[in-house]
Design a binder for this molecule. Structure first.
Ligand code: PEP
Ligand code: MG
Length: 531
């Protein structure tokens, strides 16, 4: 068997070697399958397999989670659930499309229910829907282990988060983009990732082993022994170099001309801080709370959220911690909360728009944040703000939840409320917002300014934060912060791109927030900047 070399785009740095796990054909590709009898038995098998998965999971959980999973099995075993899908299959519709439509109709029925209990079940149905679809497409999330090379067309944040990446492993994708959320998560978790490899071809046989070079953007399937030996040699050298760089990350960041730059951390969960010394940073600049919601069965309640926020504040030992309210929608769907099938989700009900549309969900998060605020220096920020009335509306709700907690004698504080500046309208008029601080989301600011989606590889060249138009909006936001006397930071992925460090600091920025893995590299780059 000859080795197969593929070249794509680097999306997350690092080298990895491991057995290959294939994410087989994307769900939508199944529509070519035609025979109704085969489609009906494919659906039947997928439903059975999904029920077996969940039954297996029940043995590993306790308490309320058992009830939730038992409910899901009962739903799957109820013939009525799939009745509509089988009818559609007999009429010539492919199994995946038939199942999705039947379940989507069911889900919207639950979502519109007046009873809170039934509304909450919509998330379970969405989970069931996706699990069956995964089996239909051959994508078995349970088979993805963090120590393997996951290869396929694309991968969703949920599938990525289900694996334990602390054990090694990497991702090799035919499609995808370096600016997608899943690429960002891969960088944060230290999983090497290469995207845009084009059609994955295997010389007839599925590959058993792969080498991924997330720095160069290359993947070698089924390497010859000598190729593998050389690669392992490089891995050893790279690990040693990383250990040296990490040793230098504890000190404060200063430019060559003596400017002190605050370096903060971006995290998605308290687990991202495991084993880290808080002294490596000046605080936490971004907690992406939507990933807490995504991983749970249903939405986490106030106590569960409070516990997570408190763990992060405790870790920071008094350093400022900026927690962002839920930024669901766009490429971060949350079953039972975001809108399924939006025509253009990046321009839809996302971030603060969704939170204001679902006040019963938003208020829970605001209460948990007010309660956590007594345990450290908490700042709260709103994502995707476009107009001042969104900040004012959220501020009013935060005041109300704080007052209600106080009236009940519950320990709480009202944290300062700032905004992400990631919509060009907010960058152009930043001074109009009565925000306690601004944090520039360069990922979204770039995609909306350049009209180049962050998750579409074909326009990745245009999705460039170094473009003068984007840098001008960043500089304008920094100037607005200076005039209003409020802090401006940048927490998008451009902060970790050391090719941009000089240009970003030239806008007047003095605070950058990056994933923990990027701290050492960023501090070294800052030390070289000389205005
Ligand atoms: C951004 O848009 O730059 C940002 C930090 O938010 P997210 O990547 O989570 O959309
Ligand atoms: Mg954003």
């Amino acid at each position: 068997m000859t080795e197969v070399h593929l070249t794509g785009r680097p999306a997350s740095p690092g080298l990895a070697i491991g057995p290959v796990t294939l994410l087989t054909a994307a769900v939508a590709d199944r529509s070519a399958v035609g025979d109704p009898t085969q489609e009906a038995s494919a659906l039947q098998a997928a439903i059975k397999a999904a029920a077996a998965d969940i039954t297996g999971l029940i043995a590993t959980v306790q308490g309320e989670a058992v009830d939730i999973l038992e409910f899901q099995v009962a739903m799957l075993e109820d013939d009525a659930l799939a009745e509509g899908a089988y009818d559609a299959i007999s009429a010539g519709i492919a199994a995946d499309h038939a199942w999705r439509s039947a379940l989507d109709a069911e889900i919207s029925g639950y979502r519109d229910a007046t009873d809170e209990y039934f509304r909450a079940r919509a998330a379970d149905l969405a989970d069931i829907r996706d699990r069956v679809l995964a089996h239909l497409s051959g994508t078995d999330t349970a088979r993805i282990f963090g120590d393997s090379i996951v290869a396929g067309e694309d991968i969703s944040p949920t599938i990525f988060l289900a694996a334990d990446w602390t054990r090694g492993g990497a991702i090799a994708l035919a499609a995808g983009s370096p600016s997608s959320h899943v690429a960002m998560l891969a960088r944060a978790r230290g999983a090497p990732m290469v995207v845009g490899l084009g059609p994955l071809s295997w010389n007839g046989h599925p590959p058993s082993l792969a080498l991924v070079d997330g720095d160069a953007g290359t993947v070698i399937f089924d390497p010859e022994p000598e190729t593998r030996r050389l690669f392992e040699h490089r891995m050893l050298a790279a690990n040693a170099a990383r250990a040296v760089a990490d040793a230098g990350r504890a000190g404060p960041a200063c430019t060559a001309d003596g400017r002190r730059i605050a370096v903060l951390l971006n995290i998605a969960a308290p687990e991202d801080l495991t084993g880290l010394d808080p002294a490596i940073c000046d605080g936490i600049g971004l907690v992406r709370t939507e990933f807490l919601f995504e991983a749970s069965h249903g939405l986490p309640d106030e106590d569960a959220q409070y516990a997570v926020y408190r763990r992060i504040l405790d870790w920071a030992e008094g350093r400022p911690v900026t927690i962002r309210t839920l930024d669901a929608g766009g490429d971060k769907p949350i079953a039972g909360l975001t809108i399924d099938g939006e025509r253009n989700p990046f321009l839809g009900l996302r971030g603060i728009r969704l939170s204001l549309a679902r006040p019963e969900v938003f208020r829970v998060q605001l209460r948990a944040l007010c309660r956590a605020a007594v345990h450290g220096t908490l700042k709260v920020m709103l994502p995707m703000v476009a107009v001042p009335s969104e900040l004012d509306g959220a501020g009013g709700m935060l005041d109300a939840e704080f007052a209600a907690l106080k009236a009940k004698g519950i320990a709480c504080a009202r944290p300062p409320l700032g905004i992400m500046v990631e919509v060009p309208a907010a960058a152009l008029r930043a001074e109009d917002f009565a925000a306690a601080f601004y944090s520039i989301g360069s990922n979204d600011l770039t995609q909306y300014t350049m009209a180049a989606a962050r998750d579409i590889g074909a326009v990745a060249d245009l999705n460039d934060t170094g473009n003068p138009a984007v840098l001008a909006l960043i500089a304008q936001t920094v100037e607005a912060g200076r005039k209003r006397g409020v802090e401006v930071s940048l927490c998008g992925d451009a902060a970790a791109d050391t090719r941009l460090t000089t240009a970003l600091l030239a806008t007047g920025l003095t605070t950058l927030s990056v994933s923990p893995i990027a701290v050492a590299r960023l501090k070294a780059a800052i030390a070289k900047v000389d205005a």
